[in-house]
Design a protein around this ligand. Structure first.
Ligand code: ASP
Length: 321
């Protein structure tokens, strides 16, 4: 670690999640309320972090299952501010695990930060007998000090890229995976061991006109996510087409079977949607792999993005951000 980095500040933004969760009984890892403990207290609970130049700020206190535009806008605003400070080396965001991959994707797409933005989380609440949040937070500080840029996710000793990471387990402490791409690095006793190059960050905080547009809206363009499955029909799609003001559907992402295949009854309904100007993108409901492009695909593919990330990508495309 260079002395200039050691001297620089790291800002930790709290947004809530299980890492800040509290249960009424110690040892209860599932019946708890997320977003209860202040980020300042989460940091204070890790004495080893006293040596680092940390600054904390509470952006929100939400269960990330309820994540939405207004919290994202607050988070982006504070990230742009802090990343723009010369003496800030990196920013850590504490976040719930449920929608962490969506926030990570959104931040990478909007900010492409030249400095590291490190999201971390926990699968057990802060009140647990053996919480995982303190170690994840400590690992996130190590990554924030040693990474080169881009939006990263740190959980259970692994470092993932925003583009690839997905929550894949409901309960295990190592709940995240990067599929075919694999983790970027691991953290061992505070040392970051890289497996592949860090994702490129930009040279400056995102395109300012696009950012301003994102920060000014009060709703994203409506993009719905549906799944193809045995016995699927087009009822959901036809109901969406009837949906009118104030937010008519502008896009539909379909989590297809296998390599982006879609039930023929659903194809018929989605083709009608397309004919009415709705953009349709196909991803895959498989946990691993991408939709491999081929001429027989019924709709445009998601360029390797998972269904939830493809939904966000399409909404941002439609916004022009
Ligand atoms: N529901 C919680 C959240 O996403 C789950 C977690 O953080 O693990 O905020």
């Amino acid at each position: 670690m260079s002395s200039s980095i050691a001297a620089a500040r790291i800002v930790i933004l709290g947004t809530g999640g299980t890492i800040a969760g509290r249960a009424s009984q110690t040892g209860d890892n599932v019946s708890y309320t997320a977003g209860q403990v202040a980020v300042a207290d989460l940091v204070a609970a890790v004495p080893a972090l006293n040596a680092s130049r940390l600054e904390v700020e509470q952006v929100s206190q939400v269960d990330s299952k309820d994540m939405g535009l207004s919290v994202w806008q607050s988070l982006v605003t504070r990230l742009v501010y802090h990343l723009g400070q010369l003496d800030v080396a990196s920013v850590i965001v504490t976040h719930g695990t449920d929608t962490l991959e969506e926030t990570a994707y959104l931040l990478q797409r909007l900010l492409q930060p030249a400095k590291p933005v490190v999201l971390t989380c926990a699968m057990r609440p802060a009140s647990a007998l053996v919480p995982d949040g303190p170690q994840n937070l400590s690992d996130a500080v190590a990554v924030a000090q040693q990474a080169q840029g881009g939006v990263l996710v740190v959980c259970a000793g692994q470092v993932h890229a925003a583009q690839d990471v997905a929550k894949v387990h409901t309960y295990r402490l190592d709940a995240f995976d990067s599929g075919d791409a694999g983790a970027l690095a691991c953290v061992e006793e505070g040392h970051v061991r890289c497996f592949r190059p860090w994702p490129g960050g930009g040279t400056a905080p995102g395109d300012s006109a696009r950012l301003a547009q994102f920060l000014a809206i009060d709703a994203l363009p409506r993009v719905e996510l549906i799944t193809s499955h045995a016995d699927a029909d087009g009822t959901v799609v036809r109901a969406l087409l009837k949906w009118g003001a104030p937010r008519p559907v502008r896009g539909i992402v379909v989590a297809g079977t296998g390599n982006g295949t879609v039930h023929h009854d659903l194809i018929a309904a989605l083709s009608d949607a397309q004919a009415q100007g709705v953009r349709v993108v196909v991803s895959s409901r498989c946990a691993w792999g991408r939709v491999v492009p081929h001429p027989g695909l019924a709709f445009e593919h998601s360029s390797g993005l998972s269904p939830v990330k493809a939904r966000l990508a399409l909404a941002l495309d439609l916004l022009g951000a």
